[in-house]
Design a protein around this ligand. Sequence first.
Ligand SMILES: Cc1cc2nc3c(=O)[nH]c(=O)nc-3n(C[C@H](O)[C@H](O)[C@H](O)COP(=O)(O)O)c2cc1C
Length: 156
Amino acid sequence: MIESNIPIHIIYASTSGNTEFVMDKVADVWRKNGRKVFLHRSEKTDINILKDNKYFLLATSTWDHGTINPFFERLLVEMRKSNFSGKSATFIGLGDRRYESHYFCTGMTLLKEVWEKSNGKSLGVALTIGREPFDEIIDKLVRDWAEKTLKLFEEN
Ligand SMILES: Cc1cc2nc3c(=O)[nH]c(=O)nc-3n(C[C@H](O)[C@H](O)[C@H](O)COP(=O)(O)O)c2cc1C
């Protein structure tokens, strides 16, 4: 059971601001539900944020031919050398199938693989968003996902 004083740390990479926009929305939902939430841009995130905390949302967009957003690369290298046993994370990926559909959101897939190979526990189903996130349909999708996912944190 999550204790209300244990924060959720959102760590994300975003180039044109789409992922950042979605992260602000998730943080808004969780804060309105009384959770403490911290937002971190991946390129400014020390690995100790992951080592010293327990609950996370990890999110990234995918760029050139299926690669993780370059802003996540340095932290990803450090994550490969870490042990996340006892920690839980959920995942969001932003992408676009028009850039080679077989590479859709593969940056997020890689991030999740690295987390799990380093013994991190993944909660629920990762959310993927395949277009600009600025309309009411995506707003509802993200808010519903955030509500559901918060319950998963509470159960784990
Ligand atoms: C040059 C370029 C390459 C891209 N390559 C991919 C890709 O391989 N796979 C994918 O799913 N999305 C791809 N995208 C789509 C982006 O991931 C998508 O626009 C995303 O919303 C950007 O989020 P950000 O602003 O948070 O970085 C690409 C976009 C651009 C402009």
